[in-house]
Design a protein around this ligand. Structure first.
Ligand code: AMP
Ligand code: ZN
Length: 137
């Protein structure tokens, strides 16, 4: 529990927020500022800042919970699909520093854009990137 963490305070019931899903290690709420109707957050009960800080077994439980929440939100929203995404660190858009997964229901031509601008590697750069990543393990 981090006293200044909004998700810890929601988990403890110190801030009112209806939990749409709960299990022993995780819970889910609907995002207060949704990208789409039914946008949910799947949150481990324990306070860890990012995906990399989660103990592996908790990451696995969070992934399992996200499957259940993903199925329910997709059904409730009448969606054809959903995005499962996570912001890690402020540079990646993380605003609440308690690890959480976003479940965003999607429909064809719903107009949601994540503003990615993919750019192909220049010649030779992909091989260099592959090498850099492989030595980083
Ligand atoms: P992130 O940028 O990944 O850290 O996302 C944090 C999310 O938490 C944002 O989408 C907020 O809208 C959402 N959020 C913040 N406070 C609350 C709250 N009290 N209840 C529900 N969602 C919240
Ligand atoms: Zn927390």
């Amino acid at each position: 529990m981090a006293a200044d963490c909004i998700f810890c305070r929601i988990e403890k019931g110190q801030i009112p927020s209806k939990k749409v899903y709960e299990d022993a290690r995780c819970f889910a709420i609907l995002d207060i500022n949704p990208v789409a109707w039914g946008h949910a957050l799947v949150i481990p009960r324990a306070h860890h800042e990012t995906w990399l800080d989660l103990p592996a077994d908790l990451a696995a439980d969070l992934a399992k919970s996200s499957q259940k929440v993903g199925a329910a939100v997709k059904k409730a929203a009448g969606a054809e699909g959903f995005n499962l995404l996570m912001n890690n660190h402020a540079c990646a858009g993380q605003a609440v520093f308690h690890a959480h997964l976003h479940v965003i229901p999607r429909k064809t031509a719903d107009g949601i854009r994540f503003n990615w601008t993919p750019t192909p590697y220049k010649p030779g750069q992909l091989d260099m990137a592959i090498d850099a990543v492989m030595v980083a393990f």
